[in-house]
Design a binder for this molecule. Structure first.
Ligand code: FAD
Length: 422
């Protein structure tokens, strides 16, 4: 029996990242328990997401120009990226750190890391598809970034496409005709697009139960409907998580609470700047048009994904805390964008659809937190993936298993340290 087989790990949070950590740790022989405050099968952020696996996303959210855009967008709750102005010390600090990261140097430094995490995630999803008999409809169709104006297409060509190609992620600039030939399923009213053949997509509502089933077969224990509400530590080491079902002890602990991760560390004296980035999606159950490619409606930041027989439109980023209030104007913006880029779609296609919303865990520099905390060395962060938590879930799980197993990490961890803002 290897030493790892005798050791236990408690994963706090059973979203896509927590479950992915469970998979790679169980594969290494750890005794794994996942503690999740919701019941089995309940909603989580990945489930209503666009389901992209996106190596194309090499530019972090904290990118040059975002401060000016953010300030402008702050004035309108209809904008794609909306920060609700409020006097909150955590938000102010997060905003300051975000602004500090919006530089060209930051993009140059972090783009290769994002590429490696996303490419790593894509490779592992192929293996997971094989392990589950393709239970989650993994499609290798690429991603079309549709551009409504020549100005945007030029901007994408010289910005994202140029950087992606430089980093070895193929990006093809297409005119309107070439774009239409790639997605003949519906009329596209665009001047062109940037096509990323390496991108893939999946059906998240099928992925989560498939992974849970696999974990159960691997002997992972689930503690559903149980909230972590405190910690017991001894000389810096975490001894137990205090939960609504009593103390849960383990040798190692993984923080995978998504946008609630910072709140979950209350009492541990850690600094983990994190904001909830609310997004919405609308799923058409029986679309009139059959699309094959996932697409981004670039000027409006709306994602379109074919998922089996369904079609999902999603987007918007609202930094306004964990508020369950649905803002109709934000949902309307998604529908307006769909009609603007895909003119065969009408209001009737969206009639009666209940908007879904979820909270992305958004770090201020656009990078996830992956690694051990200096103050509590047996607590490992696996959170803060913002818009890329689906894409990066498996590589995060693999990295966490490498950290806990004392192995060389597949992706260098220096920029991902959870203590980097302490
Ligand atoms: C509209 C939208 C579209 C998106 N599209 C994409 C996409 O196409 N591709 C992509 O890569 N990413 C996408 N994302 C982002 C992605 O969905 C998230 O980054 C990812 O799902 C985060 O996963 P997570 O496991 O970290 O967090 P979560 O899914 O939030 O999971 C955290 C879990 O922790 C649990 N929890 C919290 N507090 C406690 C506690 N105290 N005790 C116990 N359990 C607790 C929660 O109940 C939850 O289940 C999208 C997000 C949105 C909103």
């Amino acid at each position: 029996m290897s030493p790892a087989q005798t050791k236990s790990v408690l994963i706090c949070g059973g979203g896509i990242v927590g479950l992915s950590c469970a998979y790679y740790l169980a594969r290494d022989g750890w005794a794994v328990t996942v503690v999740e405050r919701n019941a089995e099968g309940a909603d989580s952020c990945a489930q209503g997401s666009a389901g992209y696996i996106s190596p194309s996303h090499v530019i972090p959210l904290a990118a040059p120009g975002m401060v000016a855009k953010g300030l402008k967008w702050m004035m309108s709750s209809r904008s794609p990226f909306y920060i609700k102005p409020r006097l909150d010390a955590d938000l102010l600090r997060w905003g300051w750190l975000f602004a500090r990261s919006c530089t060209a140097e930051h993009t140059v430094r972090t783009a290769p890391v994002l590429r490696d995490l996303c490419l790593g995630g894509r490779k592992l999803f192929v293996e997971l598809a094989a392990a589950t008999g393709d239970a989650f409809e993994l499609k290798h169709e690429g991603l079309l970034n549709l551009c409504k104006t020549q100005e945007t297409l030029d901007h994408e060509t010289h910005g994202l496409a140029a950087l992606a190609n430089e980093l070895g992620v193929e990006a093809r600039v297409l005119d309107a005709k070439q774009t239409a030939a790639l997605e003949p399923g519906t009329k596209l009213d665009v001047v062109g697009s940037v096509y990323f053949p390496i991108d893939a997509h999946l059906t998240p509502r099928k992925f989560m139960p498939a992974l849970t089933g696999l974990l159960r077969q691997m002997g992972v224990t689930f503690q559903w409907s149980t909230s972590v509400n405190g910690w017991r530590t001894e000389s810096g080491r975490v001894v137990a998580a205090q939960t609504t079902a009593g103390e849960l002890k383990a040798d190692e602990f993984v923080l995978a609470g998504g946008s609630w991760s910072a709140a979950m560390t209350d009492g541990l004296d850690l600094r983990l700047p994190l904001q909830a980035g609310k997004g919405y999606s609308l799923t058409i159950e029986q679309p009139r048009f059959r699309l094959t490619k996932s697409m981004i409606l670039t000027e409006r930041r709306v994602a379109v994904t074919p998922m089996g027989d369904k079609l999902r439109f999603g987007g918007t980023m609202e930094i306004a805390g964990h508020s369950d209030r649905v803002r109709p104007e934000r949902v309307e913006q998604i529908i307006a964008a769909a009609k603007f880029f895909l003119p065969e779609f009408t209001d009737a296609d969206f009639a009666g659809i209940k908007p879904w919303f979820g909270y992305r865990p958004v770090s201020p520099d656009g990078l996830p937190y992956i690694g051990r905390f200096g103050r509590h060395p047996n607590l490992t962060a696996a959170c803060g993936h913002a818009m890329l938590g689906v894409t990066m879930a498996p590589i995060t799980g693999l990295l966490v298993s490498e950290i806990l197993g004392g192995r060389e990490p597949s992706v260098p961890l220096a920029t991902l340290r959870p203590d980097r803002f302490s």
